[in-house]
Ligand binder design. Structure first.
Ligand code: COA
Length: 144
């Protein structure tokens, strides 16, 4: 049985699963993978919700929610949404995102943002099904 949960601690084994997923998500395979310190920081931060799908002990899907307190509102930023290739099309991505949205409500957020490349058709259908709508804006990045 595959379970969906927010995890607040994780092992080195989990880190291997997470990095396997990141390689299926990222366009640039030379980007550094996650470290044990990253994992401890993400799982230990009360302003971050790390949602995973687990098949037994193995993490087969994930999404991360980062909370930002702004003037008058709390906003969430969704990152690193991915399901392992062999587990896609079974509803896991949707279950992960529904759990993430529930957590966002519990954490007092009034809106969620995410960005997604135009060619990520499956992800776009998923987000639209959940009620996300595109917002006209330009995304700027400064690489440091
Ligand atoms: C996007 C992703 C997480 C979806 O995960 P998934 O577990 O396969 O999705 P689900 O089975 O929960 O599908 C939920 C909905 O998403 C949409 N969807 C999923 N796969 C799709 C596909 N191949 N084509 C079109 N729509 C698709 C559908 O609306 C589907 O609902 P439906 O089954 O009622 O039609 C997965 O395809 C993935 O990891 N892709 C690579 C990484 C990626 O692009 N991440 C998003 C970065 S922004």
């Amino acid at each position: 049985m595959i379970t969906i949960e927010r995890i607040t601690s994780a092992s080195e084994t989990a880190l291997g699963d997470i990095n396997t997923l990141l390689l299926q998500l990222r366009r640039d395979p030379s980007e550094p993978l996650g470290t044990a310190d990253d994992l401890a920081a993400i799982t230990g931060d009360k302003n971050v919700a790390f949602i995973v799908a687990k098949d037994g002990q193995r993490i087969v899907g994930m999404a991360t929610l980062y909370a930002a307190t702004k003037f008058g509102k709390k906003t969430g930023f969704v990152e690193d949404v991915v399901v392992d290739g062999t587990y896609r099309g079974q509803g896991l991505g949707q279950r992960i995102m529904e759990t993430l949205i529930d957590e966002a409500k519990k954490m007092g957020m009034s809106q969620l943002y995410l960005t997604s490349g135009p060619d990520r058709v499956a992800a776009h259908r998923l987000y639209e099904k959940l009620g996300f709508a595109t917002k006209e804006t330009d995304v700027f990045r400064l690489k440091l």
